[in-house]
Design a binder for this molecule. Structure first.
Ligand SMILES: [Zn+2]
Ligand SMILES: [Zn+2]
Length: 352
């Protein structure tokens, strides 16, 4: 076992502070990674503050972070896919049972025995897993991803959660080339949805409540921006979409977006509003429309997404911060005051 510098929260009301955590020595299938960047996901904040206690209560101390990019520093004897020095990524999962139907179908995120990167029972050391707000991590090579060398690491980190969360449902829908695709919300998830939909050749329309996001949406690749509070603008697009990616996690009127769909249109949720919402059955029946959800993506698909990003030069728009600014960044995250994701430069841990 070794010790690693990290940032952790001691309780739901404590700030994140500098600490030291144990990391296991690499077993024969493990890869040890020196972390360069870790993105800040809204899930980190929810978990640190125990806001998802009804679904998965937080065990403290909590070290969040599941958008990890780093370099391999050491490998186990049996590791075949990686060598020291390789640029790699780790996302929301670090292990699974490798045998259930979900694992066999390459959707490990739905494995009943999945080990999430943080706040999940740690099979090796006991307690819970500790995430990427740390100088290093040790992960089974089957959950380590190759990062294309041409991409800038700070902007790659959030691809491991925000990227795959938006890439997966778009791919699942099918070939969106030439189709009309809507993206609801222009935050960490939404701005990636726009980039991917654009790269796959869709005609992209962004729905936003803030008119001042228009210019940015167009810059990111949207063809058109609709201010969702403007009933006239909304009306113009009714019944015209093939696919809509809904990235909003605040309460909102889902029926307004179901009405935007055309025949056989689908709206997929990737955000999780706290309160259940009413859905108009008639809105779905007329036009044979569907409403679905999607959760990150499997390891195989995550690698495919990273390779796609390498080919198309896609990264997340990030604001790089030192770890010392983490608590301030959380406050700003609550106000959506970031374009569009924070990426922590983990070398800053050495300064504390
Ligand atoms: Zn996340
Ligand atoms: Zn499984």
């Amino acid at each position: 076992m070794s010790k690693a510098k990290a940032y952790s929260a001691a309780s739901a009301t404590s700030p994140l502070v500098r600490t030291t955590i144990p990391r296991r020595d690499p077993t024969e299938h493990d890869v040890q990674i020196g972390i360069l960047f870790c993105g800040i996901c809204h899930s980190d904040l929810h978990t640190v503050r125990n806001e998802w206690s009804s679904v998965m209560a937080t065990t403290y101390p909590c070290v969040p972070g599941h958008e990890i990019v780093g370099r391999v520093t050491q490998i186990g004897n049996e590791v075949t896919g990686f060598r020291p020095g390789d640029l790699v990524g780790v996302g929301c999962m670090v292990d699974s049972d490798h045998s259930c139907p979900s694992c066999r179908a390459n959707v490990e995120q739905f494995c009943p025995d999945v080990t999430f990167t943080y706040n999940s029972p740690d099979k090796h050391l006991g307690g819970v897993t500790y995430g990427g707000y740390s100088e290093s991590i040790v992960v089974d090579e089957r959950f380590v991803l190759r990062v294309p060398a041409n991409l800038e690491s700070a902007g790659v980190a959030p691809l491991l959660c925000a990227g795959i969360t938006t890439y997966s449902p778009i791919r699942r829908w099918g070939d969106i080339k030439g189709k009309k695709v809507g993206v609801v919300g222009l935050g960490g998830l939404g701005h990636m949805g726009v980039k991917f939909a654009r790269a796959f050749g869709a005609r992209v329309v962004v729905f936003t409540t803030s008119p001042n996001k228009k210019e940015d949406a167009l810059r990111l690749g949207a063809d058109e921006v609709v201010v969702s509070r403007n009933a006239d603008e909304m009306k113009k697009h009714a019944g015209s979409f093939d696919f809509i990616l809904d990235t909003i996690s605040a309460d909102h009127d889902i029926n307004a977006y179901i009405h935007m769909l055309g025949l056989d249109g689908n709206i997929t949720l990737v955000g999780a509003p706290e309160t259940p919402f009413p859905v108009s059955a008639f809105a779905l029946l007329f036009g044979r429309k569907s409403l679905s959800g999607s959760l990150i993506g499997g390891i195989k698909e995550t690698q495919e997404m990273l390779d796609f990003c390498g080919e198309h030069n896609i990264t997340t728009d990030v604001e790089v911060i030192p770890i010392q600014k983490i608590n301030e960044a959380y406050e700003r995250l609550l106000k959506s005051d970031v374009k569009y994701r924070f990426s922590i430069e983990m070398g800053s841990l050495k300064l504390t």
